[in-house]
Ligand binder design. Structure first.
Ligand SMILES: NC(=O)c1ccc[n+]([C@@H]2O[C@H](COP(=O)([O-])OP(=O)(O)OC[C@H]3O[C@@H](n4cnc5c(N)ncnc54)[C@H](O)[C@@H]3O)[C@@H](O)[C@H]2O)c1
Ligand SMILES: O=C(O)C(=O)C[C@@H](O)[C@H](O)[C@H](O)COP(=O)(O)O
Ligand SMILES: [Zn+2]
Length: 346
């Protein structure tokens, strides 16, 4: 499942080397309306002249089978064969959807990820989870399919707005909380903003790759990477259904980190002092998500569709101390709703 990940100035030249091989019949680039405008100019010198651009609208609401249908339609119209390569240029929406579309077209063509958001550079482009949302549930349809390679150019982040940078940083905090207490403590003192993201990207990718290598199909330890997501996805899905209230994936995950850390305290796994450190850091970066107490059960019920569940049991990843995630901790809808009420009161 692991693919090579090339980070830094060598990334785009390495992509060109990959694409110019005779084994590649045709190059297709999938971009959204923003990355086609803002990121394609940096990529274009590294593409063959006859590449074909497939553009989709930007945003989570387009991470659907309908958008896949449009991608498959264009590949078919252009008579893309099995030796074609799809280059996914964008954030996690484009890399998840493009990977899924490539994995199904003619039973699978190769794809490479060129992530352009912090979130996709530290997390979404790595590890082979691909998919789309369905009937309001996050990533309900998907496959595990590794890209041929991942090419990470941090210069793409220069056009990204601070809200999106913060969203990606939530996945970085998640990585530290499950597996690197020293980095968490160092960065909570330094603050979140930095001029150069390269080191943080390299360290986060290495941490994620270590976990994915142990358990590519998420039968066990990979569930650690889902910390913050039982509650985070519930919040994201609930708010996505209500136009004007949407939260970015990382914003919902940041709230999920707080709620699931609180659940860890209730289980006696995390100390109240550690919870306080996590909350202080999270709220130094993110505004609180907006929901009312009456909504907490309806939000929590979304966790009944979480992919880590077995039957009616909701299996959550919790923290056994900062830097030490533990998976398969069963929680109830009522406990999740209580964690949301705790978050709401903060
Ligand atoms: N597969 C995985 O392991 C994994 C991991 C984490 C998240 N995800 C998924 O990733 C998605 C979120 O990804 P995201 O936060 O990148 O969102 P996104 O793909 O929607 O990108 C965010 C916004 O930034 C714009 N954009 C992208 N790059 C830009 C750039 N360089 N400059 C200016 N604008 C740019 C996009 O057009 C979009 O409007 C969610 O669907 C989530 O479920 C997947
Ligand atoms: O790579 C993983 O494994 C993750 O869980 C990373 C998450 O940050 C990511 O949001 C992922 O898409 C969630 O997957 P899902 O299986 O909960 O849909
Ligand atoms: Zn995530």
């Amino acid at each position: 499942m692991d693919s090579s990940v090339i980070i830094g100035p060598a990334a785009l030249p390495a992509l060109a080397e990959f694409l110019y091989r005779p084994a590649v019949s045709r190059v297709f680039v999938l971009a959204d309306s923003n990355t086609a405008r803002l990121c394609l100019p940096l990529l274009e010198p590294h593409l063959p002249a006859n590449y074909c651009l497939i553009e989709m609208p930007a945003g989570e609401e387009y991470k659907t089978l309908g958008s896949c249908d449009a991608v498959w339609g264009q590949l078919t119209a252009q008579r893309a064969d099995r030796h074609a390569v799809l280059v996914n240029l964008g954030g996690g929406v484009v890399t998840d959807l493009g990977g899924f579309a490539a994995a199904l077209y003619k039973r699978g063509i190769r794809f490479v990820q060129v992530p352009t958001t912090l979130l996709a550079q530290v997390d979404a482009s790595v590890g082979g989870k691909t998919g789309v949302d369905f009937q309001g549930f996050k990533n309900q349809l998907g496959v595990f399919q590794a890209p041929s390679a991942v090419f990470v150019e941090p210069r793409f982040l220069q056009t990204l707005d601070p809200r999106q940078l913060k969203s990606g940083y939530a996945e970085v905090i998640k990585h530290w909380l499950i597996a690197d207490a020293d980095a968490f403590n160092k960065h909570r003192r330094l603050g979140w903003l930095t001029e150069d993201w390269t080191d943080i990207i390299q360290e986060s990718v290495a941490l994620k790759q270590r976990i994915v290598a142990q358990d590519p199909l998420e039968a066990g330890p990979r569930k650690l990477l889902n910390f913050g997501h039982t509650v985070g996805h519930a919040l994201e899905s609930y708010l996505l259904l209500q136009p004007g209230r949407e939260a970015l994936h990382g914003e919902a995950v940041a709230a999920g980190l707080v709620c699931e850390s609180w659940l860890s305290v209730q289980r006696g796994l995390l100390s109240p002092e550690e919870l306080d450190k996590i909350e202080t850091f999270v709220f130094s970066i993110y505004d609180k998500l907006n929901f009312v107490l009456m909504e907490t059960t309806a939000i929590a019920e979304f966790a009944l569709q979480d992919k880590k569940n077995s039957g009616a049991t909701i299996n959550c990843t919790l923290l056994n101390g900062i830097g030490n995630g533990v998976f398969d901790q069963s929680v109830t809808v009522a406990e999740i709703a209580e964690s949301l009420r705790y978050y709401h009161r903060l």
